[in-house]
Write a protein that binds this ligand. Structure first.
Ligand code: SF4
Length: 333
């Protein structure tokens, strides 16, 4: 089951193919694979080798994705495979992203069945996470269509590096997304990720307003922590919607990057800068930090968070319990 013909590619001369799933647009000779390592050319046909191949399956709090304004306090079945279409030297999940790992086959019908059973454990649906989900396109769309039929949610935790056509095809079946905007300069993406910021920005702008969206930005000292860069990113997000939650995440040494962890003072400064533009700026990988969600109208706390212990304390029937203001920036259920 794991090997099926890939969608979104073009046949070229001499049995070469051009993959059109993500902006890498790999041109692949026969017998070779693309940068993601899960798509390969066999005799002029592009195949994907990870269909229904699940490397990780676990129940997680929705907050762990991270999604803070999307069904707070609920759980979500989380699934991932292996491979990635970027190549980030600081990858925090490189064991899944960069190498083939043991997998087990779970066909779409079975995964949807597991997701339906997980409703009894307070789960809202499935999150495709752990590795980059866009390179699992064929599997995810087969599942997401079924999830929609059963009224369950489908979430992507993604780097946002996908071509417009497959994204447009997938989006009607997706309910929520966390997009990792890794930095706000093209030079960072080129130097550290073998990718481009331009397409990520375009996809954020495209998805916002269509589905629930939150953004993560890992702050790495000396790489993307310049205050002017942080401010430019926040201003850009605010120009789309100032209520988009931004998760500033603290870097720890991982994979090929061995810089010291980001200073707490840098994280707090970045949060302050972003709050000049955005209404909800949370800090990740920093235990003990106040990550509560206030009402924008009266400032009272709507949701309290202590790690993954989440309590909805000031939100009822879509309104602030204290001042009655309409809260349309948090989806509860
Ligand atoms: S999905 Fe993989 S093979 Fe296709 S363009 Fe992207 S990195 Fe290359």
């Amino acid at each position: 089951m794991s090997v099926i013909e890939a969608q979104y590619y073009e046949k070229l001369d001499q049995n070469r193919v051009k993959c059109k799933l993500c902006p890498q647009n790999c041109q692949i000779r026969p017998g070779k694979e693309g940068l993601c390592r899960v798509r390969f050319n066999d005799g002029g046909t592009l195949y994907t080798n990870n269909y229904a191949e699940v490397a990780s399956l676990a129940m997680d709090p929705v907050e762990k994705k991270p999604l803070y304004h999307f069904y707070p306090g609920r759980q979500i079945l989380s699934a991932g495979t292996w491979g990635c279409n970027l190549s980030c030297g600081f990858c925090q999940n490189y064991s899944l992203a960069r190498q083939k790992v043991p997998t087990r086959e779970i066909v779409p019908e079975t995964l949807v069945k597991i997701a339906r059973q997980a409703e009894a454990d307070n789960s809202i649906g499935i999150a495709f996470t752990y590795n980059e989900p866009s390179i699992w396109f064929e599997y995810i769309i087969d599942i997401a269509e079924k999830m929609k039929f059963y009224g369950l949610k489908t979430v992507l935790v993604t780097n946002g590096y996908i071509e417009k056509d497959p994204l447009a095809r997938l989006l009607p079946f997706i309910d929520g997304v966390n997009i990792d905007v890794k930095a706000f300069t093209e030079s960072f993406y080129h130097r550290n990720c073998k990718g481009r910021l331009k397409e990520v920005k375009e996809n954020v702008e495209y998805m916002a307003g269509k589905i629930h969206i939150e953004i993560t930005n890992l702050i790495i000292p000396g790489e993307n922590d310049d205050p002017s860069e942080t401010e430019a990113m926040a201003a850009w997000l605010a120009s789309i919607n100032p209520n988009i939650p931004l998760h500033l995440s603290r870097y720890h040494p991982a994979y090929k990057m061995q810089r010291d962890p980001t200073q707490v003072s840098t994280m707090l400064k970045a949060q302050k800068i972003c709050r000049q533009h955005l209404n909800f700026v949370y800090l990740g990988n920093l235990p003990g930090i106040n990550n509560n969600t206030p009402c924008l109208e009266c400032g009272q706390v709507l949701i309290t968070r202590d790690a993954y212990n989440v309590k909805i304390t000031g939100l009822k029937d879509g309104k602030c319990s204290y001042c009655g203001a309409e809260i349309d920036y948090i989806t509860v259920g």
